[in-house]
Design a protein around this ligand. Structure first.
Ligand SMILES: Nc1ncnc2c1ncn2[C@@H]1O[C@H](COP(=O)(O)OP(=O)(O)OP(=O)(O)O)[C@@H](O)[C@H]1O
Length: 359
């Protein structure tokens, strides 16, 4: 059962409601105007037994304005299917995809082309550049489809090429660029249309680790400037941890948990989620407020730290203040204290061994 462990009041940009994508000869058979009559689990089971593949099963989540929403899951869990349904590159079998409150599944092909050209940006793992066009021409390509004048195409393309730090390479062909540079062109091209929502399907996974990290930094820098509403697929929890505001974990077509990376690490709903987060150093995620114990005795001489301080930095504070620190909440009121011993106990409890996932 999907669980959203966050409670964010931010405005919703894109909403996915009870979305199903079923591959097979006759997916419509399972749904009527009133929806479906049997429970989700049994319906998916029945589809599988009747030579259909339920690739997305009753998927629901919201992407807030300006948010980076990450989807993770093992191979075949349905991540790409969901994102393709959101952009209607494939048609969902059932459910709703609301962009600014309007259901994309009700739109005509013509309306959709327009929405995709003006409101959506997409970046894929294999870059998808046109080899016979230069960097400038590749980036300007969607603007040509929009019917912008040559001058406007050039002005906008140059602006986004500058944004991804490729100024000076406008006349190069994709084959003359490194993988990282090619993906920068892909990013620039998807941003040229000034999209409202931005879909990125494992955009950095073909890059080697060092370049990948640089591209993540670049991506975060661009997002700080542009504040797009983003759906980002990755296999890599450390990547998710760096970039996600919130994330969904998928398994066998279903969303099993939605939350901040910190929520997922600290409160995984099951072993599958716990397994994804097991490689993450807890001290980079855990915050002081999650480690407090009640104060005993006089704390007036103790240093105060913010409840949002990550434990990595808290350890450094404790090395200078071995009797402990007072941890304050967002309102400035003390939540409790952390001592070296209480912190070791908290971390030891979190690092208890997790059972492995087989899927
Ligand atoms: N065109 C298709 N026809 C039939 N089955 C499909 C089709 N596309 C995807 N599937 C199936 O749907 C399921 C979900 O696939 P999907 O590509 O969405 O997974 P994924 O989580 O994105 O995987 P990966 O991480 O390997 O890209 C898989 O079982 C896949 O075989």
């Amino acid at each position: 059962m999907e669980q959203d462990t966050t409670d964010s009041p931010r405005a919703v940009k894109l909403s996915c409601r009870n979305l199903w994508k079923v591959y097979g000869a006759n997916p419509e058979y399972y749904f009527d105007a009133a929806g479906y009559q049997i429970d989700t689990e049994n319906l998916a089971k029945r589809m599988r037994s009747e030579a259909h593949i339920p690739a997305a099963i009753d998927v629901s989540f919201d992407v807030h304005v300006g948010e980076i929403f990450v989807i993770m899951g093992l191979s075949g869990s349905g991540k790409s299917t969901v994102v393709r349904c959101l952009s209607r590159l494939v048609d969902a079998s059932y459910g709703q995809v609301l962009l600014d409150g309007e259901n994309l599944l009700d739109k005509s092909d013509k309306e959709l082309i327009d929405i995709r050209r003006h409101k959506m940006g997409m970046v894929f793992q294999n870059f998808g550049l046109l080899p016979h066009l230069t960097v400038l021409e590749n980036v300007a390509f969607p603007l040509r489809l929009q019917g912008l004048s040559q001058a406007e195409q050039r002005e906008r393309a140059e602006r986004v090429i500058n944004l991804v730090d490729l100024t000076g390479r406008e006349d190069a062909f994709p084959g003359q660029l490194s993988g990282g540079q090619q993906q920068r062109v892909g990013i620039a091209r998807s941003l040229a249309v000034e999209p409202d929502v931005w879909f990125l399907d494992e955009p950095f996974s073909a890059l080697d680790p060092l370049i990948r990290r640089q591209m993540q930094d670049e991506f975060l820098r661009i997002q700080q400037v542009l504040h797009k509403s983003i759906v980002f697929i990755t296999h890599d929890f450390l990547e998710a941890l760096r970039i996600a505001d919130r994330m969904a974990i998928m398994r066998d077509g279903k969303v099993v948990q939605i939350g901040t990376p910190e929520d997922l690490i600290l409160n995984p709903v099951d072993d599958y989620v716990a397994q994804f987060t097991s490689e993450v150093p807890r001290i980079r995620v855990l915050r002081a407020k999650a480690c407090v114990v009640p104060a005993e005795g006089d704390t007036s001489a103790m240093v105060h730290v913010s409840g949002d301080l990550v434990v990595e930095a808290l350890i450094s504070e404790l090395s200078h203040n071995p009797s402990g620190v007072v941890v304050d909440g967002a309102d400035g009121q003390p939540l409790g204290v952390v001592t070296p011993v209480s912190l070791i106990k908290t971390l030891a409890a979190l690092d208890a061994p997790q059972p492995s996932v087989s899927a």
